[in-house]
Design a protein around this ligand. Structure first.
Ligand SMILES: [Mg+2]
Length: 171
């Protein structure tokens, strides 16, 4: 079985400017390339799980999402880094919309992933998926995380560099 580093997109790969759909508007989050590099070198699949309700709202199309992900993927390839797959959910009423676990289950089945050996990195309470197995690390700064701290349902960090250091320590 494989292990995976699951990444939320907005706020983790790119700075969350809300409803981003053009590559020109992508500003990379500090530390993301180092985190992906570490995952690549340590045999983690790197899989993006992103809610894109902007499609349901008519702000952009599913084709826009696909094109953006292709361009983002090329950027990683240009740095000799690998993002293995990009899962997105365009709907509100869907088992795949985070925090529902559908996208992660799709990835688990597609790649034969052991979720107990896997990690989810996000920046919102809804990035704590309703599934047992993966440990969740949340990046502080974009959204309120008080309820997370209270219930100890995820670990909270101040930067992707801190998350990387923590991963190195526990692996
Ligand atoms: Mg996010």
């Amino acid at each position: 079985m494989k292990k995976a580093l699951f990444l939320d997109r907005d706020g983790i790969l790119n700075i969350d400017k809300t409803y981003i759909y053009r590559f020109e508007d992508i500003e990379w989050v500090e530390g993301i390339f180092e985190l992906v590099e570490y995952a690549n070198k340590n045999n983690f699949l790197v899989i993006v799980l992103t809610n894109q309700s902007g499609v349901a709202q008519g702000m952009y199309t599913e084709e826009d999402v696909k094109i953006l992900h292709e361009k983002m993927n090329k950027h990683f390839i240009g740095l000799s880094l690998t993002v293995d797959d990009w899962f997105y959910c365009t709907e509100y009423n869907s088992d795949r919309r985070k925090p529902r676990p559908g996208m992660m289950i799709d990835a688990q089945l597609k790649y034969n992933i052991d979720l107990t050996q896997s990690f989810m990195v996000g920046d919102k309470v809804s990035d704590i998926l309703e599934i047992s197995g993966p440990r969740t690390f949340l990046l502080r700064g974009n959204y309120p995380l008080e309820t997370v701290a209270k219930h100890h349902s995820a670990e909270i960090f101040n930067s992707l560099a801190e998350i990387l250091e923590h991963l190195k320590k526990i692996l």
